[in-house]
Design a protein around this ligand. Structure first.
Ligand code: SAM
Length: 193
């Protein structure tokens, strides 16, 4: 199974097994993947963290951006995606785990700081308090000033800003995606621009 049709098969297999976990009706488009990956810095010594790689469309875009595979950690909790991800993107550190457990995962990996976090998690499927906790945990692991990028199909951010804790800003709207999606940037309050 290779390329775009392989991605579609893997995606719909995962979707049939658990549609709520996947939280989308089609794989992320290459255009949206590029927009999200564009937030990462290839020249940073710090690793990039991807949450919810699924079929690996965004993983590929992050690597195409120049990030070294060894500098990418990617957390996925639908086990079925992992063999193909590991085979296609060797060198990337794919972790079978729950993104909501990111503080523990990072501690176990011995990582204190990431350069960028790129999240394709279907956040709207989770209670808002859990989403807030995730953003807080992720921002605590980011180099000061660096962002977490998150997509959402809604008009408003999937996690509202928390004054004094974190800000959220609209990066872009990607019409070339099914359905069209908005990209949001989260940053620690003091780093807000
Ligand atoms: C909207 S899909 C995006 C996948 C990918 N961009 C693609 O096009 O194939 C969301 C992905 O997040 C994963 N996911 C959902 N909740 C997760 C969690 N708590 N921890 C890690 N991965 C999760 C799902 O299994 C799925 O692969």
């Amino acid at each position: 199974m290779t390329g775009k049709s392989g991605n579609m098969q893997a995606f719909y297999h995962g979707w049939l097994m658990n549609p709520r976990k996947i939280g989308a009706i089609a794989p992320t488009s290459a255009v949206m993947a590029r927009e999200m990956a564009g937030v990462a810095r290839a020249d940073s010594d710090l690793p990039v963290l991807e949450l919810g790689p699924g079929t690996g469309v965004i993983t590929k875009a992050i690597l195409d951006q120049g990030v070294a595979p060894e500098n990418l950690v990617s957390v996925e909790y639908s086990e079925g995606f992992l063999p193909t991800l590991r085979q296609r993107y060797s060198g990337v550190n794919f972790i079978f785990g729950d993104a909501f457990d990111i503080s523990r995962i990072a501690r176990e990996l011995g990582i204190r700081r990431f350069d960028t976090v790129i999240s394709a998690l279907p956040l709207l499927n989770f209670p808002v308090e859990q989403r807030v906790k995730l953003v807080d945990a992720v921002l605590d692991l980011l180099e000061p000033g660096r962002p977490m990028v998150q997509f959402s199909y809604g008009l408003s951010p999937p996690v509202p800003a928390r004054p004094g804790r974190f800000s959220v800003s609209h990066l872009t709207t990607v019409f070339w995606n099914l359905p069209p999606a908005r990209l949001w940037l989260y940053r620690h309050h003091e780093a807000a621009v």
